[in-house]
Design a protein around this ligand. Structure first.
Ligand code: MTE
Ligand code: HPA
Ligand code: MOS
Length: 763
């Protein structure tokens, strides 16, 4: 336990031998499917002539809304997501129908032959337009803690501002894909690249008119999910299953990159307007925020995404009085969905900008303002009523400021900026505090199935899915430790709804917390059965039976684990067990936004240093120093990978990844030619990434570890603020208060706009 082991599939990943859904050999009669997508953002679907599609070479079947045997819906939360548009199209890129043909290429060619008649309707495309029209997917809500208005009125200092935060495409390397394989007697087997096999099972069942026990969903691994495979795979699987049912043949539906980016949901873009009251030391006294997200045409997970934004408006800081309005805007664009951080990053961007602006207004160092606002003694209750226990904010920020040489480097950056008119440098240190648990309490449960074969080998199944994050090896390490066997004795197999039922999505970073514990419990049940058997067989007490190193000590006798197991088998002891876990202590009153939604918090901090070319707006991340809290890490190699990858994915979100829709509501950035994710070359020359050591989780999690999947993404907020810091250095000398107007992502265009504005204001 706690060893820095390589990912269990690393040798397969690097040699191209890991089997993804698209690599699984298909039965000979399998068909390939393609979607036909809406060309317009909003309109009545006046006519859909699919005869030319059906007549195209190689086509075996076509299906549209009218051909769905059950319910034409894949919406998990509300029933507002049609598999195929019916009557009305709600976004450019919405699936209208699907076609199955002898090959992928023939299916795609045929799909283009459809004759679609639209009667265009006015489209609402962005957040401001939706707010103006009162267009929402869910009724707006307001959270009030204390007396924000009164506290604002009496605050010695006040400032108001706003912020636009862009969305993000998941850009998983493996696009959305499903293979539906008809089974005997009407049942359906689905191989799906999904974070949520149980939801795919339910949706396929409802779409086909089957009950859950007739549908099996399997997923060995995904080539990345990042939240984009929490609800979206149900659409892909449902369409494949409808065609499989119609033809009686296996159907594979694999989206290409452009279709994937056009048809499936992304991170919500947000806007925020805020007003802050503070004292002369920069302490925040009151905050009033209007938060609005672009949800797209349907609710999907927008309710909980906005909730998490509201719950992370504090980040690591104490806000005595807070008022928040939360708007979930309906637009005629793709329905946005989960993405690493799940609204948390957007909420945290708001408070970090408030911190930065307070500092610039008062002429203080932003880090000093951040530090006086951190949660601490007597200032430790969040705006939703949860006490911040085991608070690591001050410790991590303090240690990182010291180890990274913040003070000296602040001086050096100032000196550089005095001497260099063109290339400006900037520095920012920002903390992360992220709540761990699904806010919907019911999802905080997991199951596992552990089977020991009579040769002493172990087959492990649990409800979690592998998307590259290293969940499988972590859970295997837990089971190996519990049974005292080497990791090589354990084999992981595909997540499968027929092995472990009713699972939650692998999401909210809780995969190892939940499934690790469920698997540990299953292994413990088997170990206890073995102990009882060995005590009876060898006349010893349980204290005299000890598992470790692939052996079992029974009194003075030493057996191999395999031998002990073989003896138990012959004595007719069951060697298979199901384990179950539910997170303790949590409870959340959604209606009142009060309670303890999170079992615990994960912390971290990053210091970023950037250079900005003030002539071109280009930015370069020169150096980053990260200190991150993974509790007592189950696997420091995996966790470090999560910290590095999460951070860089956040850097992409905040600097280079820009989603751009034209005036007709068509997404124009739907391929890597125009949508720029970071590459290995964007990793800074100088990087120090450390996990906080000797920091067991204060709560009783599996081996006192902490979830690590999402929190590191938010370390990238330091890069955005380092860029703001560099831009601030462009203000004409003598400007009293410098408040750069920088929207996210800080693309070269956005950076130049902010610089120009500062220079014009100062002139
Ligand atoms: N890491 C990799 N390599 N690929 C992914 O798709 N998804 C992230 C994170 N890390 C992801 C990843 C997201 S959004 C979540 S919620 C967690 O992993 C889910 O896995 P966990 O709960 O096991 O950490
Ligand atoms: N995080 C991620 N996914 C989710 C959540 C959450 O809090 N709730 C529902 N799906
Ligand atoms: Mo992660 S956004 O919770 O899948």
């Amino acid at each position: 336990m706690g060893e820095p082991l390589a990912h269990d599939s690393a040798h397969l990943h690097v040699s191209g031998r890991a089997l993804y859904a698209d690599d699984i050999p298909l039965p000979r009669d399998a068909l390939h499917a393609a979607f036909g997508l809406s060309r317009i953002a909003h309109g009545r679907l006046a006519g859909l002539d699919l005869a030319p599609v059906a007549a195209a070479p190689g086509v075996v079947a076509v299906a549209c809304a009218a051909d769905i045997p059950g319910e034409n819906n894949y919406g998990g939360a509300l029933h507002d997501d049609p598999v195929f548009a019916q009557g009305e199209v709600c976004y450019a890129g919405q699936p209208l129908f699907a076609v199955a043909a002898a090959s992928h290429t023939l299916a795609r060619r045929a799909a283009r032959r459809a004759v679609v008649e639209y009667e265009p309707l006015p489209a609402i495309l962005d957040i401001r337009a939706a707010l103006a029209a009162g267009s929402y997917v869910l009724p707006s809500e307001r959270l009030v803690r204390g007396e924000p208005q009164a506290a604002l009125a009496r605050a010695p200092h006040r400032l108001a501002g706003s912020l636009a935060i862009g969305g993000q495409d998941h850009f998983y390397l493996e696009g959305q894909i499903a293979i539906a394989i008809p089974q005997e007697d009407g049942a359906m087997l689905v191989v799906s690249s999904t974070q949520h096999p149980s939801e795919v099972q339910q949706v396929v069942g409802k779409v086909l008119g089957l009950r859950a026990h007739a549908v099996t969903v399997q997923c060995r691994r995904m080539g990345g999910g990042f939240g984009g495979k929490e609800t979206q795979p149900a659409l892909i699987a449902a369409a494949a299953a409808v065609l499989a049912r119609r033809t009686g043949r296996p159907v594979k539906l694999r989206l290409d990159r452009d279709e994937d980016m056009l048809a499936t949901g992304k991170r919500h873009d947000f806007i925020a307007d805020y007003e802050a009251g503070f004292d002369r030391d920069g302490r925040l006294l009151a905050l009033e925020v209007m938060l609005a997200s672009r949800c797209g045409y349907s609710a999907d997970l927008s309710g909980p995404v906005n909730d998490r934004a509201v719950l992370h408006l504090d980040n690591a800081y104490f806000i005595p009085h807070l008022g928040v309005a939360s708007h979930r805007c309906r637009t005629h664009t793709v329905s946005n969905t989960a993405f690493r951080g799940f609204g948390g990053p957007q909420g945290m961007m708001v408070i970090e900008q408030v911190m930065d602006e307070i500092a610039r207004t008062l002429g203080l160092d932003p880090l000093a303002v951040r530090r006086v606002n951190l949660y601490g003694e007597g200032r430790d209750v969040t705006h939703y009523g949860q006490t911040v226990e085991h608070n690591l904010g001050p410790l991590i920020v303090g240690r990182l400021a010291d180890s990274s040489g913040y003070g000296v480097r602040r001086e050096a950056v100032s000196a550089w900026n005095r001497a260099n008119p063109v290339i400006k440098r900037g520095l920012a240190l920002t903390p992360v505090k992220f709540g761990i648990s699904f806010t919907a309490t019911a999802f905080n449960q997991a199951g596992a199935l552990v089977q020991v074969y009579s040769d002493g080998t172990v087959l492990l199944n649990h409800g979690g899915t592998e998307m590259g994050q290293g969940l499988y090896i972590k859970v295997a390490q837990v089971v190996a430790a519990e049974l005292g066997v080497p990791l090589s004795a354990i084999r992981l197999c595909a997540t499968d709804t027929s092995k472990v039922p009713n699972t939650s999505a692998t999401a909210a970073s809780s995969g190892s917390d939940l499934n690790g514990r469920a698997a540990q419990q299953a292994a413990r049940i088997i170990r206890e059965r073995l102990v009882a058997f060995l005590c009876a067989a060898y006349a010893v007490t349980p204290a005299q039976v000890c598992f470790g190193g692939g052996e079992v000590l029974v009194g003075v006798r030493r057996l191999t684990f395999a031998d002990a197991v073989a003896q138990a088998y012959r004595a007719r002891i069951s060697l298979s067990a199901a384990g179950f876990y539910r997170t303790p202590k949590i409870g959340w009153d959604r209606a009142r936004m009060l309670g303890r939604p999170f079992f615990y918090y994960a912390f971290g901090a990053a210091l970023a240093e950037v250079a900005v070319d003030t002539l071109t707006g280009e930015t370069q991340l020169l150096r980053v120093d990260i200190l991150h809290d993974a509790g007592r890490s189950l696997n420091p190699a995996i966790d470090r990978g999560q910290v590095e990858g999460g951070f860089l994915q956040g850097v992409g979100w905040l600097t280079s990844e820009e989603l751009w829709w034209n005036g007709a509501g068509e997404l124009m950035t739907h391929a890597p030619s125009t949508y720029k994710i970071p590459t290995a070359r964007d990793w800074p020359r100088q990087a120090s990434v450390e996990l906080l050591v000797q920091a067991p989780n204060g709560e009783d999690t599996v081996f006192r570890s902490k979830a690590v999947g999402e929190p590191p993404l938010m370390l990238a907020i330091s890069v955005f603020h380092a860029i703001r810091d560099a831009i601030a250095a462009c203000a004409p000398r003598g400007t009293a208060v410098v408040r750069p107007q920088l929207s996210a992502p800080a693309t070269p265009e956005a950076v130049l706009r902010a610089i120009t504005q500062l220079r014009e204001e100062g002139a």
